[in-house]
Design a protein around this ligand. Structure first.
Ligand SMILES: NC(=O)c1ccc[n+]([C@@H]2O[C@H](COP(=O)([O-])OP(=O)(O)OC[C@H]3O[C@@H](n4cnc5c(N)ncnc54)[C@H](O)[C@@H]3O)[C@@H](O)[C@H]2O)c1
Length: 319
């Protein structure tokens, strides 16, 4: 049997089986009229439209595929046009709905364009995941102003601009529904923070400050827009296996603002080995596991009474 839902279930199944071979977060629903298992959960984001920034790679890619497998139409926004398109193609091949929006989230006009594309393609916007970002590490006494400012731009100002651009579709629409019926439909914003923001990290004063800023932004939005049914939460990830945390010697870099920034952690193997003993689960997390927590927070059926929170997803570190 083949049908879009079956192919999406397969995609979700692939995502569920993480690189470490552990069982994944969730799978998608069976085909209508197909073989159904009572253990198979329903699709959690049916009818929703999501913008996910940084959806071309890593956590954003995994989130885009998982959310599409759960019924959301997805706008995959990324600096890397080709990577975003590969993700869109995979979602569409699996029977899902997605478009790519290429561009730098820090660029003037990007936020308005991403929101306009979501409304043009899918007629709504109910979920915004502010995930795009990178690290540009350095010690405080040697950090030039541009290195400091770049982190605040990408991790704080860009999410603020996207939230502001989404206000008519999310806040104003929710307010109109609340005024009319008293029951605005579910909408939510998820901002990606980091345990560097919630606990600090040597060599990351710029990143840690920016990721702490995201927490303040999250709580302010939750308080301003909660009355209109818009939830806003942050996820503070610990060590997740993506190019940001793999060996810097691997040569990964990002071209942003006309500059190349090298990504990764120097001698990451040693770092991972040294830090694993401090993680109660004794391992790093996968992008798919991180995506599972984004899905869980986005799903109204699971998290409708959760707002203004910062959930640490870190294998139990910092308890
Ligand atoms: N990997 C971790 O351990 C970890 C831990 C805590 C927080 N985070 C956060 O999770 C988010 C995703 O990181 P990841 O680990 O998946 O990294 P990644 O490099 O695998 O993916 C990030 C994606 O964001 C895109 N991007 C970066 N800057 C952009 C910009 N200015 N405009 C548009 N797109 C941009 C990149 O092109 C890439 O596709 C980031 O905000 C990161 O800070 C990651």
């Amino acid at each position: 049997m083949d049908c879009p839902q079956r192919r999406l279930a397969v995609l979700a199944g692939h995502l569920g089986a993480s690189s470490s071979g552990r069982a994944g977060p969730l799978s998608a629903a069976p085909c209508a009229g197909g073989v159904s298992s009572s253990a198979t959960p329903a699709r959690l984001l049916e009818g929703q439209v999501a913008i996910i920034t940084g959806a071309g790679k890593g956590i954003g890619e995994a989130a885009a595929k998982l959310m599409a497998a759960h019924g959301a139409a997805v706008v995959c926004a990324d600096l890397d046009e080709q990577a975003a398109q590969v993700v869109v193609d995979a979602i569409q091949d699996a029977g899902g709905r997605a478009i790519a929006v290429a561009g730098d989230v820090t660029a003037a006009g990007f936020a308005e364009r991403a929101v306009a594309e979501a409304l043009r393609a899918f007629g709504d916007l109910t979920i915004l995941v502010n995930n795009a970002g990178y690290t540009w590490d350095g010690v405080i006494h040697k950090m030039p102003p541009e290195q400091w400012a770049a982190m605040l731009d990408v991790h704080c100002t860009a999410p603020f601009r996207l939230i502001q651009a989404a206000a008519p579709a999310m806040r104003d629409a929710g307010k109109a529904e609340a005024d009319r019926t008293g029951r605005p439909k579910p909408r939510c914003i998820i901002n990606i923070s980091s345990t560097s923001g919630t606990h600090g990290n040597a060599g990351q004063a710029n990143y840690a400050t920016a990721k702490a800023g995201v927490v303040g932004l999250t709580k302010a939005v939750a308080k301003e827009w909660g009355p209109f049914g818009v939830r806003c939460n942050a996820l503070a990830f610990g060590l997740i296996d993506t190019r940001l945390t793999r060996a810097k010697e691997g040569g990964e870099s990002i071209q942003v603002g006309g500059k190349e920034v090298k990504l990764g952690i120097p001698s990451a193997d040693n770092y991972w080995a040294s830090i694993k003993g401090q993680i109660p689960l004794r391992r790093v997390g996968s992008a798919e596991e991180a995506a599972g927590t984004i899905l869980a927070l986005a799903a109204p059926s699971l998290s409708s009474y959760v707002t203004g929170q910062v959930l640490e997803v870190n294998g139990g570190s910092f308890m």
